[in-house]
Structure formats: C-alpha cells, structure tokens
Design a binder for this molecule. Sequence first.
Ligand code: GDP
Ligand code: CA
Length: 337
Amino acid sequence: MRITTLSGGVGGARFIRGLRRHLDRLPGGPGDHEVTVIGNTGDDITLWGLRVCPDLDTLLYTLGGGIHEGQGWGRAEESHRIQAELAAYGAKPQWFGLGDLDLATHIVRSQWLGQGLTLSEVTARLASRWGLPDQGLTLLPMSDDPVETHVVVDDPEADGGQRAIHFQEWWVRMQASVPASRFVAVGMDRATAAPGVLEAIRTADVVILPPSNPVVSLGIILGVPGVRDALRGTAAPVVGVSPLVGGAPVRGHADACLSAIGVEATAGAVGDLFADFLDGWLVDPGDAPPGSAAGSSRTPGGLRLTAWDRPLLMPDVASATELAGAAYDLALSLRPT
Ligand code: GDP
Ligand code: CA
C-alpha cells in the first residue's frame, strides 16, 4: 500500500509518526506500507545566510527520533552557544531560536544547495541520515523552488497603511497577535511541484491530510500548481483529520490564520475548505452534530464528516498511533470496491 500525506510541522509530524507506528503493526509488517510525506516549505527562511526549513526539519527530527518532545520542534538535548555568541555580536534577528545541533542541519543544507543540489536532493540526503528510507518513509518538499509565506498586516506608517512581513516574524516574533489581513505565497507564481509530488498523490492507494494548519501549512501546499488537481483526480480515498477541537486549535494560532481568510474556526468549516477533494473528515466527538457520533453526517459544504469515538488529541505517541489508525481505517472504508 502506498500512503501519501501532506504535512506542516508539529501537528503533521506527530500524526505521521503515529501513522508509521500503526502501519508497522499491521499484518504483513513494515515492508507492506510505503509512506510519502509532502512537506510545506512556505515557512522557509534565510537567517545568517543559512536556509532554514522549519517544517521539513520538524518532520526529519520527529520521524528520525531526534525531536525535542516537549517543545514539538527543534532537537532534543540542544544547546544554544552559537546563538548566545551571535547575540554578543548584536547579530539580528534574535527572535528566531536556532540551537547548535539544529544549526548543523542548516549549515549542511545551505552548503549542498550552494553546490547546486535541489532542495529535494538535499532533503533526501538529510532523510537518509535520520533513517527515514529504512522506515519506508519518503520526505519530499512540496517544491524545489523557493516559496515564502508572507503576511500582510496593518501599519499606519507604511505606504498604503499595510506592509508584508515574513510568516516567521508574524508567527514567532509577534505570536500572531497582530491581525493578518491576508497571506501571500511569494514565489508561488514561478513554482512547480517537486519531483514525485504529483505522482505520489495520483498513484497513492490512500491519501491522508494530518491535522496540520489548514491555512499556512496545508493551504500553502495546495497552492502548488497541480497539487489540488491531483487530489481531486486521484482514485485513492482522501481523508483528513481536523486540527481544531471544540472550535480552537490544539496548539498554535490556526484560528488567527482562519480569520484572515474569513473562515469560521470550527472543524466543519475547516473541512469544507477541502470539500472539493476530501472523501472523509475525522473530527472530535464534541464537534459532530448530535446523534452522529457512531456514524457519518455532512457539513454545509457537503463533506462527509466522521466523529472519532475518542478525543482527537495526540498527547503521546500511543494516542497519535490510535488517531492515525482511525484515519487510515476511515480511508480504507471509503475505498472503491
Ligand atoms: P506547525 O507547522 O508546526 O504549525 O505544524 P502543523 O501545521 O503540522 O500543525 C499545526 C496544527 O496541528 C495546529 O493547527 C494544531 O491545532 C494541530 N494539532 C497539534 N496537535 C494536535 C492534536 O493533538 N490533535 C489535533 N487534532 N490537532 C493537533
Ligand atoms: Ca509550519
């Protein structure tokens, strides 16, 4: 079975680790299931001359066993000596924390990119070091072309009363506290899908959207030319897991992203963003209409909505494994016979 997923950082990575664990336990064993992950690169940023790919790195570290579990991103047992030294020089920005071990990833990535390798090739090399191929995991960046999500915010002092800032400045430095009026994927007009991305969707047996940020993770990947069409056209069942529980994101500021695009922060409204290609949408029992907990009902957009019988949360690997198993089973139940 070939399973293809789209992913942002923490929510996606935790879910996909659970998915891998679930598939490994099925009869037939690990070799029977190949998982391809298409990672968001809209969060990418160049800092101190180094190319940083936060979502790809969160995936590498989580799937490769090097993640800082409590934080959800960055390396376990990290130190920050280089950042302290940069601060002593007054080097900016200081609001984006990069640990010493993590910096090694960015250094080697930047070196390889500088030698002319594509981001796909670089990501494959990094993934080998983290043992992803041995686990039946392929990590693809959504595109080899640089795409950066920028956020348009009000600024009375700027020309026209607005200015665009890098997504990371809005998310990390401002903690999304300034209302976003819109998101712009800079570079998307010249971007193409990375090698293997469209094929992985078209030829999959199952496609799963993990509970990643619907706007700045999944929404950006869906903007890559051909991706949305491939999802609409694939013969595989496409199912997703809601990142919202009880009308709020489980972590992060997805609600601030949704309000920028005028979408209500509810599990149903988020599912409807993908109604043109989704076959099933897994939600928390509390987010399903009364009486639908055991079966399925539909959202206003016509999406088939399925309530899980447990809270849609991944506090640990065991619960992520169960949640991913439920999403996978939902997909199998929707396969054409
Ligand atoms: P990021 O790039 O690090 O922000 O990570 P993603 O885009 O992959 O995922 C962020 C989303 O994951 C947020 O909107 C969260 O609400 C969602 N999320 C995180 N943990 C959980 C969880 O335990 N359950 C569910 N359902 N969603 C979660
Ligand atoms: Ca991200």
